[in-house]
Design a protein around this ligand. Sequence first.
Ligand SMILES: [Zn+2]
Length: 695
Amino acid sequence: MKRLMYPFLALAVGAALIAGAVVVGAGGAGAAGAPALAPADTVYTNGVVYTADAAHTLAQAVAVKDGRIVYVGDDAGAAAYVGAGTTSVDLGGKLMLPGFIDSHMHASYAVGELYDVSLFGLPTLKAYQKALAKFAAAHADLTIVRGMGWSNTVAPRHGFTKQQLDAVIKLRPAAITSEDGHSVWCNSAALKLAGITAKTPDPTGGVIERVLGTKVPSGTLRDAAADLIVNRLPDYTVDQYVNGLSHFDRDIAAPFGITTVFEPMLIPGSETGILGHNKCAAFEQLAQLPADQGGLTVRFRAALKLDPHWGPIDQQLQAAVVERALHSTDLFQTNAVKLFVDGVVEGHTAVLDLPYLTVPRTTGTPIWPYKDLQTASVDAAEAGFQLHYHAIGDAATSMALNAIAAAEAATPGEAALRPAITHLQLVTPTDYVRMAQLNVTAVPQPYWFVKDDYYYGLQLPYLGKWRADHEYPMKSFFDNGVLVASGSDYPVTYPPDPLDAIQTGVMRWFNVWPEWAKEGDVLWPAERVTVQQMIDSFTINGAIQNGVQAETGSLEVGKSADLIVLSRNILTCPVKKIGDAKVLQTIFRGVTIYDPAAEHALVNKLKEGIHSLQIAIQSWAVDNGDKFPLASIVTADGLKVYFPDSDTPWPDNPWTGAPMKPGMERGDYTYTQLSGGAHYRLAGHISATQDFVVP
Ligand SMILES: [Zn+2]
């Protein structure tokens, strides 16, 4: 259930944080003389504007004032909003859409990209071991090595062994999560830290993989069993999460035009001590900062996780209620709870109506005993929380619907927050109707609608051909009147580019994996949907799902100016080309937060002259008051520091001669630089660095 398309996405450093709009054509008074209305801050004209309103209106122009849309219509009408101070942007016939909404995306996991070893995209066990050894050697200070990204397709059936990890990291515990987040590969020291021995039984909803024919743990832990080690790991600090979220906003969300995100798995209560308990504080800290001082440039709605292993449900809900009350800005709210009904097909932990073919008589174990799932659902609904369920297997989806029916019966008339089920790999056809009746939103990941290595290597053998060929429904949801709000499940999907998902949702194969997805080898062709349905699932439907439809999701007067401009009209171009379209501008609350022209120029320059880079994630205080991006680039020789900035374009004004030495990449630094006669002093802290190789 995951794919990787462009492994070098992370090169998109925050080169153009708050770049100005691309102004084409001079601003000026409208054709009819003085503006009849209060002038707008920015007027976009000569575009194809897909508004995603109820009538699916197309327009030419949008006017924005104080971060809000004040006009949508034709170019002639927009002229009335142009005054002396108005920036006029000629869209040159380009397509403008509402900012994308990703309705299931683990933004807070971006912290791992900064501080942990990443195995995403590596092809073999050998490559994993090499990356692990290199990371371990470079981070001798870490007492525990953690990471993410190994694929179940490289270690099918029983996962990797502890010996395979001991071979490269022996003395320190090492716990490496799979790319889907459901399994953890442990070395011997990690199993010891978790207290897992041959005597440890499989916890409910979890599997401890064993050496064949024995009870000895072999090294891979699935779902609830993985928590045995995960909960022994230290949490990241609030500062580390802040850096991770800043990285997410600037380098992941903005380049893909994502302006609103549902973050599905936060931890209630900073005193719970459960891994991840510092996340909410980091979100709130950034929600309180203005965007130009490093605050959020994405609107977040989030769920707090409930877990059957975390003690009495009423205590968990109490903590959730306390946490929810702390977050009330438009930028960050925690109004939902997340409940896992099952695991994943790859771990034999998805709950199925009929057994797996690979493990006779096994249909998977639910994470919650059904009665407890129902109690948690009813209690959470009564406490006013939105319900968000993870369900992969057909039996799991039915269980979620039963629990939702009970919760809705207990709270009649409280339909403001719609319950959601995400993933939905196998769905019993009668459940489409129940979803519509119960007002349940489907939150699928259209990135996965392909016959890839997961299909051929795992789903086909585990599920058999009929089930594998009828997985990931989509059109059936629309046809049955179910609201569909798409998500990526980042970091499970990486990179989380909605344009790839829109193409895949329409085609149900994707041309970037020729070795797997042969042309015509379509996954369940009857479930293909239209481009417009896909766009709506990433815009207005996501807004409705997240209760922010009055604020965003469509381009209508009064809503927040969350806009994106695309390089290609995906409504009319060949479907095969949709994924190649690029976001040209991302505008959030009226501010241009992403300008790819500047960024591409930067990346191209880097590709010319440098073959290995180190990207440092930093926070800086600048004593002359100038604004600088939060990210800078350190070359491999460690001698140069560049601050790409829209006012002083790299590399014309590089900051050179900084006291950066190899091996000194973390810590506090002060730089002094005479530049253009002005004296600048920067005091900063580098909290993490990561190596990237430029292809
Ligand atoms: Zn998820």
